[in-house]
Design a protein around this ligand. Structure first.
Ligand code: UN1
Length: 506
């Protein structure tokens, strides 16, 4: 870590001047050392008003810019991200503790969604329908929605903003971003790049930013009718409050909340594939993805072998400096996250769970813990919850239907995976009575989705869909148009509506 020159990174990303000199700013901490990286100016609560007002003014202009030209701005921003991929990837790694390859991967995810959004800017298609009335034409249009609030979490401090911001921008919306107060430097760096590009395209204030650790800021955004859409990534508990507040003002919310993702391994599975996918899913990002693998449901015939192989693999996971080569797992984000990990292990043990490996937090600076396997029942309360850490609960099953039922028997519904070479199991897993999750994979893990598909999940995950496919529709308002180009006024459903005494020609 000593070899990393933070000053160079901050100046390379042109945010050195945004760092507060005073000590009373928001501290960005390096979770690998527990030490401050820098102190960032907090936005005072008055700034919310300024940012929202500016976003509204910018929206009036931005919505009139042709969509392909809006796409040109996003393309330029994608180019900037390509140029800054290494620096930004390092900053993400430094600030969140994810390993450098994953920090870089997150920037790549931004670049990918930029490419998708640019293409989309020429494809915001509406349907045309055949009218039942003669000389009538009927069609739908998708119009920009307005300023979109985007509240993101620490674990994907960059990519999730890009999923929202790039799609929203080509849709003609402006964006007000409240990043996690645990990753303010990444937010500043991205915002800096975005504002520079927006400025060059005459699109000031399309991208707004609010850096704050006050709980009230999120609530204010949720309650503000100037944000017709609020995209929220975080826990289901907070998501429920956001959804309620937004719904009570007839706003739209896009929720991406907790996951409790399972991998099922059946008796026909290719265990080489399964072991690799499980390790990436459960240990990658120190188990701090919403898509992280949290439960492993294994057929009794291969349970012993798979556990043996996992134990061997877990023993080789190098935990340490996220920026050092060879490290596979960095620290948890902060002391409360580490405490939650320790508490979850204790709760699982108290409930009859058996720690097969790991289970401890590590001494020394930083918030490191051990990658952990626990044999535990699916219905234990701690197994039913999402703990953001590298804990994988393992369990056995006998019949495939039982495995499916176990996989679905949690309150969350984000991601799921089945390892099988059995066609019937695979199709059954993907069928209407199979996995109840927003994401269901065969022979690959629960995490690491590509941006081309719609991303999100059901039940307490919140039902939102971000990124690819037709997720863009959430960022626009649909208008159905009918034009009568004839000289009669026929009514739909063949209704006759004639004034008494008049000729029947209405
Ligand atoms: C998240 O953890 O909030 O599928 C997003 C994945 C990543 C995104 C995770 N592409 O794991």
């Amino acid at each position: 870590m000593g070899s990393i020159d933070t000053g160079n990174i901050l100046s390379g990303l042109d945010i050195a001047s945004s760092i507060a000199e005073a000590d009373d700013g928001l501290v960005s901490e390096n979770p690998a050392t527990g030490r401050a990286i820098a102190c960032v100016r907090r936005d005072e609560s008055g700034k919310i008003e300024t940012v929202l007002a500016a976003s509204r003014v910018a929206f009036r202009k931005w919505r009139e810019v042709p969509a392909p030209r809006r796409g040109a701005l996003v393309r330029a921003l994608g180019e900037q991200l390509r140029r800054h991929r290494d620096l930004l990837g390092t900053l993400i790694s430094l600030e969140t503790g994810k390993i450098k390859a994953e920090g870089d991967g997150e920037v790549q995810e931004m670049i990918d969604i930029a490419d998708l959004a640019v293409g989309l800017s020429r494809q915001l298609y509406g349907n045309t329908m055949h009218s039942e009335r003669a000389r009538h034409r009927m069609f739908e249009q998708w119009h920009p929605l307005g300023p979109v609030g985007v509240i993101t979490a620490f674990n994907f401090p960059a990519a999730v903003w890009a999923w929202n911001a790039f799609i929203a921008a080509v849709c003609g919306d402006t964006i007000v971003w409240k990043p996690s107060p645990k990753a303010p430097l990444t937010a500043l760096a991205i915002h800096r790049l975005a504002c520079d590009v927006a400025q060059q395209h005459g699109a000031q204030d399309v991208f707004g930013l609010l850096i704050s650790d006050e709980a009230g800021v999120g609530e204010r955004l949720a309650g503000d009718p100037r944000l017709p859409l609020l995209s929220f990534t975080g826990s289901s508990a907070v998501g429920r409050k956001v959804a309620t507040a937004v719904a009570s003002r007839y706003g739209r919310s896009l929720l991406e909340c907790s996951g409790n993702n399972a991998v099922i391994v059946d008796e026909s599975a290719d265990l080489d594939l399964a072991v690799r996918a499980i390790i990436f899913g459960a240990v990658g990002t120190a188990g701090q993805r919403c898509t992280s693998t949290r439960r492993l449901i294994v057929h009794e015939s291969c349970y012993a072998e798979l556990i043996d192989r996992l134990l061997a693999a877990y023993g080789q996971v190098c935990v340490g400096d996220p920026l050092a080569e060879g490290t596979l797992m960095g620290p948890l984000i902060d002391a409360p996250a580490r405490a939650a990990f320790v508490a979850a292990v204790a709760e699982a043990e108290a409930g009859g769970g058996q720690v097969l490996c790991g289970g401890k937090s590590l001494e020394g600076p930083g918030y490191f813990v051990q990658p952990t396997l626990i044999a535990a029942r699916n219905d234990l309360p701690v197994v039913q919850r999402e703990t953001f850490g590298p804990i994988l609960y393992v369990m056995q099953y006998r019949d495939f239907d039982q495995a499916l039922a176990m996989q679905n028997a949690v309150p969350q519904g984000l991601s799921s995976a089945l390892f099988t070479l059995n066609l019937r199991h695979a199709e059954s897993f993907l069928s209407a009575s199979g996995s109840d999750c927003g994401i269901a994979n065969i022979n690959l893990g629960t995490s690491g989705a590509e941006i081309g598909g719609a991303f999100g999940g059901e039940k307490e995950t919140g039902g939102g869909r971000e990124a690819g496919s037709d997720a863009w529709k959430t960022y626009m308002r649909r208008q159905t148009n009918t034009i009568n180009w004839g000289s009669d006024l026929p009514l739909a459903q063949g209704i006759e509506f004639t004034l008494a005494g008049n000729r029947n020609d209405l």
